[in-house]
Design a protein around this ligand. Structure first.
Ligand code: FES
Ligand SMILES: [Fe+2]
Length: 374
């Protein structure tokens, strides 16, 4: 069973006798009414943290089409931070390329640029923008050169409505088709990146605590009084699907809401926000004004960076409603998460229980983690 590694590790950490628990038992019970949350050591154990890093080799958000601006080549620095892999993207290519020279490993692209040929700044090897090696000085006598290995390695690229994704292993499907009927009307490809909305947060907590917190609106009345005014908490819903979670925030009466076209699945309803999480670390927040994005970067078992980007559809709508107080909400969340992190090593706490009506998203995430970590 896939989850047996995580379960085995939990037993070892807690001196549990494997004979008293069958190998088919799952760490996170599929029935949320019975299930207990992830053990607290998942949030600080070094081995589990290192093991979790490979989950990020799945699809990662690269950029929005508006971020090419006038350039056709953009290095994907945040993906390097997440996966350790230097990559760059070329606007009209069908794949992402390795940003590492095939001679002796020099970085090829340091910042966005417009070029049709790339020349390595170390010894002058040149590549075209599809990654083919074109020229290398002083290699006339090299035997068997050039070969396929001298071209830049390619990685898959997936483009959905102006959003670009790449992957080092692309093992799981991107779940866009499951949310397409809801988001199609927004014409995401026409949004424009607004650099004044960019933020970079450093949080003293494990990356999974950040995701846990994102996946429930249960805390909104307690932690976010301002957001609670803009949302109708009683109408907050959570939908689970393979590879992600969609949370739907209903607008409080009189507050900013989506103007849906006829035929939309939520036509007639007052919706303030769609909060879409994609496994393991991407959060797309859709508001009537546009989209904000949180990319979670694991730094260490107790440190996380979150980069935040804003893409505007309608500037005027950004001034009110659930999407207008994002900085306040972010700081409130971070304070809570950092406080929870400190408690994870408490001898009095190991696992909690889930609210069956308000924590389906967290339960879904914990099930995904327990099946993938070993
Ligand atoms: S490392 Fe690029 S040419 Fe030598
Ligand atoms: Fe929150």
């Amino acid at each position: 069973m896939l989850g047996s590694g995580a379960l085995e590790h939990y037993r070892t950490m807690n001196n549990l006798n494997p004979l008293t628990q069958t190998m088919t038992e799952e760490l996170i019970n599929p029935d949320i009414r019975l299930a207990r949350t992830l053990p607290s050591n998942f949030y600080f154990d070094e081995r589990l943290f290192e093991s979790s890093r490979r989950l990020f080799n799945n699809w990662q958000y690269a950029l929005h089409i508006s971020e090419f601006k006038k350039e056709n080549i953009v290095p994907l620095t945040h993906i390097e931070e997440i996966t350790g892999e230097p990559l760059f993207i070329v606007k009209d290519n069908s794949s992402c390329l390795s940003n590492v020279c095939t001679h002796r490993g020099m970085r090829l692209v340091e910042k966005p640029c417009s070029k049709t040929t790339l020349q390595c700044p170390y010894h002058g090897r040149t590549f075209d923008i599809s990654g083919q090696m074109k020229h290398m000085p002083e290699f006339e006598q090299a035997i068997g050169f050039p070969s396929e290995e001298d071209n830049l390695k390619q990685h898959p690229l997936h483009i959905w409505k102006g959003l670009y994704f790449t992957s080092l292993s692309h093992v799981e499907k991107l779940p866009w088709s499951l949310v397409e009927s809801r988001l199609d009307f927004l014409e995401i490809e026409s949004f424009v990146h607004d650099a004044s909305r960019d933020r970079d947060h450093h949080i003293m907590a494990n990356w999974m605590l950040y995701v846990d917190n994102y996946l429930e609106g249960f805390h909104i009345p307690f932690v976010h009084p301002e957001l609670n005014q803009a949302l109708d908490y009683s109408g907050y819903t959570t939908e689970l699907f393979e590879g992600g979670v969609l949370q739907i925030g209903k607008a409080a009466s009189g507050d900013v809401k989506f103007d849906f076209p006829k035929g939309h699945p939520d036509y007639g309803q007052d919706i303030a926000a769609y909060y879409l999480w994609m496994f393991p670390n991407m959060m797309f927040n859709f508001y009537p004004w546009g989209m904000s994005l949180n990319i979670v970067i694991p730094v260490s078992s107790t440190e996380t960076r979150v980069i935040y980007r804003g893409y505007v559809r309608d500037e005027d709508l950004a001034k009110a409603g659930a999407g207008s107080i994002l900085d306040t909400v972010e700081i409130q969340d971070q304070e809570i998460i950092e406080s929870v992190q400190k408690s994870m090593k408490s001898q009095s706490y190991d696992r909690g229980r889930y609210s069956p009506t308000r924590e389906q998203g967290v339960h879904h995430f914990h099930r995904m983690i327990s099946k993938r970590l070993d």
